[in-house]
Structures are given as C-alpha cells and as structure tokens.
Design a protein around this ligand. Structure first.
Ligand SMILES: *Cc1c(COP(=O)(O)O)cnc(C)c1O
Length: 396
C-alpha cells in the first residue's frame, strides 16, 4: 500500500492524538528500521526506550513464536511457568520480593499507587497522600496523569483524583516541607526521561530515602524508562546506593511486546490480598516469555557493560558537537544509554532534518534531543548517527 493511502486511512479513522512524522514504517533489523518505500533509518529512539535488543532479535523472535505456538493467553486464575519464572528473576534482580505484571507503564504505576494507598491505610485512615515531582511523567490514565507533574497532560481532564502533590525535582528542602504523616508514598523517576533527561544531584535520593523512612512513606521509583539496563545497570537505583519499596517497569521489559510490572517489598505487598488488584491480559505467557528472553539476552550478551560503554562514547561524541555548535547545544547529559543534548531552541526541525538523512531521534521537553537506542549498538552505529546529526546541525 502506498504511503499516501496509509496517511489517508489513518487520518480518516485513527484518533488524531499523535503529531506523527510523515513516514510509514514497515520492518526493522537490529538498530535499523525501514519504511514502506525501502528507505533505511538508524533508530536511536528505539520505540522510545522500548526496543532494548533492537528490532527482530532472533532470540526474542523465537521466544515469541515458540510461546505463541504453545499458548498465548490464559486467565490469571491459573499458574503458568513463564509468569512464575519472570517473577522469580525480577525479584532476584531487584532485591525486592513480590511482582505484579500488567500491560503498560501507566498500568504499572496505577498498581503501585493503589498498593501505596492500601498500605497507607494499614497505618492511618488519612495516610493517603502521594508526592511526585514537577516535570515528571508517569502515564496517561487519570491517576497517572495526575501524578505527572506537567499541567499540559492534565488540562481538560478535571476533576482530577485527589491526594497528589508536586514538588520541584532534585530539591530536598521542598520535599521535606511537603511531607507529613499523611504521606503514603513519594514517587519519582531516578532520571526524568520525558521531562528532558534530568539527572539529580548524587545525594538527592539518599535524602529522599531517609525522609520516606522518617515519615513511614513508601518510596516508589518509576523505572519505566530507566530500568532494564538502560543506564548501564539493570535498575538505575543501583547507581544510587538505595533501594525503593516499589519499582515500576514497562518499556524495555519485553523488548517491544506490551508489558508493565511493579515489584514491591514483602512489607508493602502485604497490603494486597486476593481480589485487591487484577488484570485480564496482565502477565500472560506470551508477554512473560518475551520478557524472560530479553532478560536472558541482556545477561548473555553483557548488554549492561555495553550500554555503559556506548553511553560514554555517545556523550563524548555529543560533547564534540557541542564544541562545534556552541550556539545550538548548551549541555550534554546522560547515564548509560539515556542521553540528552540540551538546545538553545526547539529541536523539532533538527529531528526532521535527521529523519530526512536517515536517522531517527526525538526531542523531548521541547528543546532536549533524546537518545535512547537499543542496548546492543556498536561504536559504528553511534558514529553513523553523529555524522547525520552533525550535518543536520549545520543545516538548521
Ligand atoms: C513511558 C513512561 C510511562 C508510561 O508508560 P506507558 O506504557 O506509555 O503507559 C510512565 N513513566 C515513565 C517514566 C515513562 O517513561
């Protein structure tokens, strides 16, 4: 089907909530995607931090195909080996205890919010407040867009659920002032992804953890974007020397198959019993088999080391571009393979220019070019993107 026909069909019948680029993607292999006219792009957006193994990784393809041939779905009224195996692996990797699997990031956060509320009520009837950060992103459901500290995601959806407060990120004094015995949880991203790749001071999270302990509040870390090896460790909190009470995951967890999960300590998880939470599709054997395959490949192919090394290489290369275009790039920041380049102006035309020349990146928070490529990229892939970006910066 030609491009124009697809555009037309989509514009007639798909809800127009996305500002799409004028491209119809068809296939992918490794860090490359191809459109339906055969044009090749190097993909450093990876479905927004989702395709951690790149596209069509043979081990992931085989796991999904094999599982689809056995059983795709069965109700959570029954056990499956794939789900039990995933729970065991995630608990061991995280150092936490109990896992719940859903279908998306927003759902993972909804589950974490629900658990925090139930937990708070085991202590006091009014221990229900959840504190999150400005410029955060936690999802698009009514509770998670309320948790999200960006008014643009909330406008028009009032009345919003109550009990949420927002404080500036990386400001321990502001958090301290907002906390009380009514706080049941503090929910934060270790690095704000959608907010512009914002990295807090090294001791911020140590102090957040201490405040949560002082007030008996749970610390929920939203690692939907930073988890699954993205920062060079399986979970970003491993860099911080702290442990959360709940961590949420989604994006990279099953390498592109829809999934979300939260992992909680036994202490927090004890607030949930049979009937308190659930999902029809969540934790189905297809998604769990995909996640199990992704986790195995991350280990077998030593992708944590690679993410760290390639992240450092990418940051070095971007800093060279910052030196070359000081009027355009003012800062480069990142941890492993979540990297941002702060611009002096909106970045959309730079992204468009890169696409024209065959590289997919994106711009978040208006003026931060974001790079969240597959974890198995090589230096040659980085060089390829940098060369295209260099030309794009020269062109704008
Ligand atoms: C993407 C994202 C979400 C939402 O995930 P969905 O699967 O789109 O619901 C939540 N939190 C963070 C940090 C994210 O990056």
């Amino acid at each position: 089907m030609d491009k124009q026909t697809v555009f037309h069909m989509d514009q007639e019948n798909y809800l127009p909530v996305f500002a799409r680029y004028q491209v119809v993607l068809e296939t992918g292999e490794g860090p490359y995607v191809y459109d339906n006219e055969g044009k090749k792009y190097i993909d450093f957006l990876g479905g927004i931090a989702v395709n951690v193994l790149g596209h069509a990784h043979p081990k992931l393809v085989k796991a999904v195909a094999d599982q689809a041939g056995k059983i795709i779905h069965c109700s959570n009224l029954y056990y499956t080996e794939e789900q039990a195996r995933l729970a065991k692996t995630l608990a061991a990797l995280s150092g936490l205890d109990k896992v719940f699997v859903g279908n998306s990031g927003a759902e993972a956060n909804e589950g974490a919010i629900k658990l925090a509320r139930k937990y708070g009520k085991t202590i006091a009837a009014d221990k229900v407040e959840i504190i999150t950060a400005e410029h955060s992103f936690h999802g698009r459901t009514l509770a998670t867009l309320t948790a999200t500290g960006q008014p643009k995601y909330q406008k028009g959806y009032e009345p919003l659920p109550g009990g949420f407060k927002h404080v500036p990120f990386n400001d321990i004094a502001a958090l301290k002032q907002s906390m009380s015995d009514k706080t049941c949880a503090v929910m934060l991203e270790p690095i704000q992804g959608e907010g512009g790749v914002n990295i807090p001071d090294p001791d911020y999270f140590t102090e957040v953890r201490a405040l949560c302990d002082t007030y008996g509040a749970l610390l929920i870390l939203d690692e939907i974007q930073t988890g699954m090896g993205r920062t060079g460790k399986m979970f970003a909190y491993e860099h911080l020397g702290i442990k959360p009470d709940i961590v949420t995951l989604a994006k990279g967890l099953a390498g592109g198959v829809p999934i979300g999960a939260f992992i909680a300590t036994d202490k927090a998880a004890a607030a949930f019993g049979p009937g308190d939470h659930g999902s029809t599709f969540g934790g189905n054997p297809l998604a769990c088999a995909a996640a199990n395959a992704v986790l195995k490949v991350i280990e077998d192919e030593k992708l944590l080391n690679n993410a760290q090394a390639m992240g450092e290489y990418l940051v070095t290369k971007l800093n060279a571009l910052k030196g070359k275009y000081p009027a355009l790039i003012t800062a480069v920041r990142g941890k492993g393979l979540i990297v941002g380049a702060k611009l002096t102006r909106p970045g959309r035309d730079i992204v468009n220019e890169c696409m024209k020349e065959g590289a997919i990146i994106n711009c978040t928070a208006g003026d931060v070019l974001r790079f969240v490529p597959p974890l198995n990229i090589t230096k040659a892939h980085v060089d390829e993107v940098i060369e295209i970006l260099d030309a794009a910066l020269a062109a704008v």
